[in-house]
Design a protein around this ligand. Structure first.
Ligand SMILES: Cc1cc2nc3c(=O)[nH]c(=O)nc-3n(C[C@H](O)[C@H](O)[C@H](O)COP(=O)(O)OP(=O)(O)OC[C@H]3O[C@@H](n4cnc5c(N)ncnc54)[C@H](O)[C@@H]3O)c2cc1C
Length: 416
């Protein structure tokens, strides 16, 4: 290895593309190679379950940068070049076609892959899952007015798909194995508001139901549940979660933690020449004193920038407060911090149909905030909550619930 070798990024997704750009912005003048395996320009996934399914955007309109950008920045984007293995001793990535690419520093940004629905009939035409632009295009083709669509899984992706399918004129049934929606992500009150909204839009949401098999011959015709009941439908979309794509790292002997590639607070793996970022990285968050892995747009943005800087010799910690959003119907959900760590939930009314739920840990420290309602009625409070979480603010439940107390004034107090 020598310093004239390229910076190499495995994973031509949002995080990989942003990291390539950040390397250039931060002064790397040498070669940058971005390896992707989807055969297309890197793109952002959040619109896939929203605007793309609604027919408002094409997959091309979700691209992170256009073709000319990569050329202009001298980023060697190889969109159909899957990395097959990493030769850590020789500092080389071996591609699926056998070619080798030497690296000065390597970033693994391989994202996540779908958790597969493993029941009889899952291979039938009309059974879908959503991760890629190609998946979104196939699902959009099946969302024709009047059709009955079964969504398996009441997580964020499943609920967004349900909302898009309703907007396309479909009849929708959501089947969830757990007793409620969004079990790990948000407090029950937030999940309940969302489910109420779906039901008011005509969605049949069912909890504690197990899918036994998919029915159909040439194409899906329904779902059989564990209790023997059947749900007829013309198409199915399963949204049952993802698994980080760690196979490459694992085969190379890199440390793995909590299902992701283990990195330190600077996003460096157990090999000092290799970094990992985005959905695939498991990193120690200084604020929460624990290792976490995030599957969200903002984390891919933040970690891309930090990984690029640290590949260039900085030692910047990754300490941003997590932030996530979801859009369903006319509602937005915004989440800051880690609400799941809360011992107490406090509701604050921020508009006629909008609420922000704060999560306080056992010591009374603010660890999470989940807003649900109209964007303009929750976004500001969630943003300020993000800063209060970063400061480990202790605020009484009474103060948080009192609409007359401006959150900004609490932040000012913390800062003084
Ligand atoms: C439908 C959908 C909706 C979403 N909505 C939201 C939302 O509303 N809000 C939010 O905050 N987040 C949302 N997300 C999550 C967000 O899109 C992800 O967190 C983000 O895409 C992570 O970026 P990444 O670059 O780490 O991974 P990815 O986007 O998965 O990119 C990784 C890339 O690496 C490629 N790759 C993998 N292995 C190899 C290999 N060996 N060689 C070469 N290339 C390889 C993959 O094919 C992929 O192209 C959504 C995700 C999906 C799927």
């Amino acid at each position: 290895m020598n310093s004239t070798d390229p910076m190499v990024i495995v994973g031509g997704g949002q995080c990989g593309a942003r990291a390539a750009h950040a390397l250039r912005e931060n002064g790397w003048d040498g070669a940058i190679i971005l390896l992707g395996d989807e055969g297309r320009l890197p793109y952002e996934r959040p619109p896939l379950s929203k605007a793309v399914l609604l027919g408002e955007r094409t997959a091309e309109q979700c691209e992170v940068y256009d073709d000319a950008f990569y050329r202009g920045q001298r980023i060697d984007l190889r969109a159909g070049a899957a990395a097959a293995s990493i030769d850590r001793a020789a500092h080389k990535v071996v591609l699926a076609d056998g070619a080798c690419v030497a690296y000065h520093r390597l970033l693994i940004a391989t994202g996540a892959q779908l958790r597969r629905l493993d029941v009889p009939g899952c291979e039938l035409p009309g059974v879908h899952m959503l991760r890629s632009a190609a998946d979104a295009q196939a699902i959009a083709g099946d969302l024709t007015p009047g059709r009955r669509i079964v969504v398996i899984g009441a997580g964020f992706i499943g609920l967004e798909i349900a909302s898009s399918a309703v907007a396309r004129g479909c009849e929708v049934v959501v089947l969830e194995a757990a007793p409620r929606a969004l079990m790990r992500a948000v407090p029950e009150a937030v999940a309940q508001r969302l489910v109420d909204k779906h039901r008011s839009m005509g969605v049949d949401v069912r909890f504690s139901v197990a899918v036994e098999r998919i029915l159909g011959d040439a194409r899906v015709t329904g779902v059989e549940l564990a209790d023997g009941a059947t749900v007829p439908c013309e198409a199915i979309v399963a949204g049952i979660g993802v698994l980080p794509r760690i196979a490459l790292a694992q085969a190379a002997g890199l440390d793995i933690a909590d299902g992701g590639i283990a990195v330190d607070e600077t996003l460096r793996t157990s090999d000092p020449f290799i970094y990992a970022a985005g959905d695939v990285s498991s990193f120690p968050h200084p604020l929460f004193a624990r290792r976490i892995r995030l599957e969200c747009w903002k984390n891919a943005e933040d970690q891309a920038r930090i990984a690029a800087r640290n590949m260039l010799g900085h030692a910047e910690p990754c300490s941003a407060v997590p932030w996530f959003w979801s859009d369903q119907y006319d509602m937005t959900i915004q989440i800051a911090g880690l609400p799941a760590l809360g011992a107490t939930t406090v509701a604050r009314e921020t508009g006629a149909a909008s609420r922000v739920f704060f999560a306080l840990d056992a010591d009374g420290v603010l660890v999470g905030a989940s807003g649900v309602g109209r964007t303009g009625e929750i976004a500001k409070d969630v943003r300020i909550a993000q800063e209060l979480i970063a400061r480990r603010a202790r605020i009484t439940p009474e103060t948080l619930a009192d609409r007359a107390v401006k959150l900004r004034s609490l932040l000012m107090e913390e800062m003084s």
